[in-house]
Design a protein around this ligand. Structure first.
Ligand code: NDP
Ligand code: PYC
Length: 332
């Protein structure tokens, strides 16, 4: 694989310029460039520059409004709604998360529902935003069917990610962010691009046979939920939280309404914030840190999020697949 080095500023500027060249206003372009740069910085490769061609397809087809201005409404003191009006998710999050953090800090618990958005990114930016403000963050979103529920060979669930972040004042949060599929589709597609196999149990081919060939899973096959029926139950919960609870589209409804341009469909996201200061009271930090230290002390254990947080400390250039970079530059 041929690669090219780009600084974080260059990744940010390239993404912003591509978005501006394809119909985004400055607010939408900046929000997206920020999320793509942070994904490359942390090593979330399947959700950084890799997604830019899909973002542009959605702008060019008119599915996404690059000039949308999300609208925030307080349904109650602790239930907040942001209607994205067809924007990419990062701008709607930038509008909603500060209000969510404030409400949870005041009341102890708050919920943010996002509708009319197009989510094509990782979810740790949402949950870490909350954890950086002393709050527990939980976020989830649905997509389009890619995953067969346990017992079936037919796809119904999206890859339906869920992220959880626990605040650790003075340190990076404990944060996991995972597809409820055995693997995110973006990682399956990257494995196919790079000629690698995926682990057994990742998915089935078009005839319903287990396969480790990512091209067969991505091209007509299905992904499996992680952990059998237990992961399937969590994927089901994500559909209900991200679509049932927000009033937005379930994955199958999103696919039916989508124009199949290859960009992210319209959907919803649910973000929940909880305040340990209000709920547990004084001493919560030391109490939880004692547990986390015990966990880290076990041989072979590392905290979820640690890999990304280590990558983040390196402010140097990032290695980008040259073919991908050429594709992105051609979108200018
Ligand atoms: P991974 O399976 O690579 O990782 C899932 C989580 O497990 C991460 O938090 C990771 O932390 C942690 N982890 C990995 N290995 C270990 C280990 N040995 N010990 C402890 N923790 C570990 O991610 P997925 O493939 O499931 O998802 C990738 C991304 O795709 C996510 O960011 C997700 O949000 C995104 N996605 C987005 C969708 C959307 O609709 N917008 C749909 C599906 C996925 P670390 O990062 O530190 O390795
Ligand atoms: O990697 O499965 C995935 C995915 C779907 C939407 C954004 N990422």
């Amino acid at each position: 694989m041929t690669t090219t080095n780009l600084t974080l500023d260059e990744i940010h500027a390239l993404t912003r310029d591509v978005m501006l060249a394809n119909g985004c206003d400055a607010a939408n372009a900046e929000a997206l460039a920020d999320i793509v740069m942070r994904a490359e910085r942390d090593g979330s490769h399947s959700h950084g520059l890799f997604r830019v061609p899909g973002y542009v397809k959605a702008l060019r087809s008119g599915k996404v409004d690059g000039k949308a201005q999300p609208k925030l409404t307080h349904r109650t003191a602790s239930v907040i709604h942001v209607e994205g009006g067809g924007c990419f998710a990062p701008l709607a999050q930038a509008v909603g998360l500060p209000a969510l953090a404030q409400a949870a800090s005041e009341t102890g618990a708050a919920a943010l529902s996002l509708t009319g958005i197009h989510h094509f990114a990782a979810l740790w930016p949402e949950t870490e935003y909350l954890a950086d403000r002393g709050l527990v963050g939980i976020a989830c979103t649905a997509y389009m069917p890619a995953v067969a529920p346990a017992g079936s060979q037919e796809k119904l669930f999206g890859t339906n990610p869920i992220s959880f972040a626990w605040p650790r004042p003075g340190a990076t949060p404990l944060c996991y962010d995972m597809a409820t599929a055995a693997m995110a589709m973006g990682d399956v597609q990257i494995a196919a691009r790079d000629g690698k196999e995926v682990p057994p149990g990742t998915g089935l081919d078009a005839d319903g046979h287990p396969t480790t060939d990512p091209a067969k899973i991505a091209g007509g096959g299905v992904l499996l939920p992680f952990g059998g029926y237990k992961g399937s139950a969590i994927a089901l919960m994500v559909e209900l939280l991200a679509a049932g609870l927000t009033g937005e589209r379930f994955s199958f409804e999103a696919a039916e309404a989508d124009n199949k341009d290859g960009g992210p469909p319209r959907g919803g996201e649910m973000v929940i914030a909880l305040s340990p200061s209000v709920i547990a009271g004084d001493g919560w930090e030391a109490h939880a840190d004692g547990f986390i230290d015990r966990l880290r002390g076990l041989d072979g254990v590392r905290l979820p999020g640690e890999r990304r947080h280590k990558n983040r400390l390196d402010q140097g250039p990032r290695t980008i697949n040259s073919t991908l970079l050429e594709t992105v530059r051609d979108l200018l």
